[in-house]
Design a protein around this ligand. Structure first.
Ligand SMILES: [Zn+2]
Length: 447
């Protein structure tokens, strides 16, 4: 396959380059001018060519909560959004991925479902300290890209760790040379703030007040302190508070944010309500532009969608306290960052590539194969028409989750084709082009 006449986002470049890409089998064989000698030519005249997106934080809920999402629908939605690799969270499937046996059981169930490549995170809930720890982490270590933990959890099947347990996880993960991922909201603060805010009412603002900026900052502060003590490798997921993001600047800790924190604030939450309910909730308006800046500066390493859809009933319970917390996002992640980040001049082309692909590939040990358009790497590519716009419509989503806070938003840039390992897996005209099972498990590379 040769992709001709496109304008290509090469790593480290702040302008698109007019080069052709020759793909042999699954791999990028050559990048250069006027390439020829292949029967299959894709004419990318007028199109941008970006590296396949990596969404390093999705909940595909499979097996266990497949009425919300499963690996097939979730990965189709990813392909539609130009994502060629996802990393699945361990906590929202039954069984949750907390030991080797559960992981193998899950892999067997999903092996014929994915249309994009996928990595796995393992998880360490507090309950692992009653049974399994630290052997559970050792069993998982050859398969997973990191270990997810929660300072506070709303899930009965995946409980929180306290600070002492968290320190133990950090130490063990360091020994296993893997990162720890933290859901950073302070347990003490949120527990009592929830009781108090519930008495105040059932509006979105009441939910926000139970988990405001301070809850996130306190959690990141204590996590950073324990990293100093252990020298461990920590990543903070879904940062929505600029002050929490600032804490990464002088500490050896990485973080991600997501489109919903960049786009929305509490005023939108009051207006949109349940479709925007996620945990942590969106914050006060002043956070948004500061988060964009932290992202552009590289203090926040990359974006992730925290894709976590649910059924319509679960989003329509009548009270913000009982609405399901989570939104579908893997299909809008890259289009949103392209339109509202790059096209609006908030982030450079180089940063666009880094925050949607390269950053996560480097962070999780996938960069030899994924994360940039370079000869010798997997031919994971997105062809984007920068002139066309489209309107986000939840009912057209491939995901099982159709309720999105981005409903009705116009985004510049239409994804025309998504290519994974040299194969077209999605086109705007024809939809999904491969069967479930084409997507493969990716593991951390040696070295
Ligand atoms: Zn999540």
């Amino acid at each position: 396959m040769i992709i001709k006449n496109g304008r290509v986002a090469l790593p480290g470049e702040n302008d698109f380059q007019a080069v052709d890409i020759r793909v042999e089998g699954e791999i990028i064989a050559e990048i250069g001018s006027d390439l020829s000698g292949d029967d299959e030519v894709i004419d990318a005249e007028g199109l941008f060519v970006l590296p396949g997106g990596i969404d390093p934080h999705v909940h595909f809920d499979d097996p266990g909560f497949t009425d919300r999402e499963d690996f097939y629908h979730g990965s189709c939605h990813a392909a539609f959004g130009g994502i060629t690799t996802v990393i699945d969270m361990p906590c929202t499937s039954i069984p949750s991925v907390i030991n080797g046996r559960n992981l193998l059981e899950k892999l067997k169930i999903i092996e014929n479902k994915a249309v994009v490549d996928f990595g796995m995170f393992g998880g360490v809930p507090g309950s692992s300290f009653e049974e399994g720890f630290p052997a559970c982490m050792e069993e998982l270590s050859g398969h997973v890209l990191g270990f997810k933990t929660y300072f506070i959890s709303g899930m009965e099947s995946f409980t929180r760790v306290n600070h002492f347990q968290f320190k133990k996880v950090l130490e063990k993960a360091r020994e296993l040379v893997l990162p720890v991922l933290l859901h950073a909201e302070d347990y003490d603060y949120v527990s009592d703030a929830t009781v108090s805010s519930m008495k105040e009412g059932v509006s979105p603002i009441n939910y926000y007040r139970s988990r405001p900026e301070a809850a996130e900052v306190l959690a990141v502060l204590s996590a950073v302190e324990l990293v100093k003590e252990t020298g461990a490798n920590l990543h903070i997921v879904h940062i929505g508070t600029a002050r929490a993001g600032e804490l990464l600047r002088d500490n050896d800790v990485t973080g991600e944010t997501g489109p919903h924190y960049l786009e929305f604030d509490v005023r939108d939450f009051e207006r949109i309500g349940s479709p925007l309910k996620c945990t942590p909730p969106v914050k006060l308006p002043e956070n948004k532009e500061r988060l964009w800046k932290l992202l552009d500066e590289g203090v926040i390493s990359f974006v992730a969608s925290d894709h976590a859809p649910c059924t319509e009933d679960e989003k329509n319970t009548g009270s913000i306290w009982t609405e399901y917390s989570g939104i579908p996002g893997c299909g809008t992640l890259l289009p949103y960052m392209f339109s509202e980040g790059y096209m609006r001049g908030r982030i450079s082309l180089q940063r666009l590539v880094e925050v949607t692909s390269e950053g996560a590939a480097r962070r999780y040990g996938l960069f030899k194969r994924k994360g940039s358009i370079e000869a010798g790497k997997d031919a994971d590519l997105v062809l984007m028409d920068p002139v066309k716009s489209w309107i986000v419509k939840g009912k057209e989503f491939y995901s099982k989750g159709k309720i999105t806070p981005f409903e009705g938003m116009e985004l510049k840039g239409l994804i025309v084709k998504t290519i994974l390992r040299g194969k077209v897996i999605y086109t705007a005209e024809e939809g999904i082009k491969v069967e479930g099972g084409y997507g493969r498990l990716v593991k951390k590379e040696a070295g």
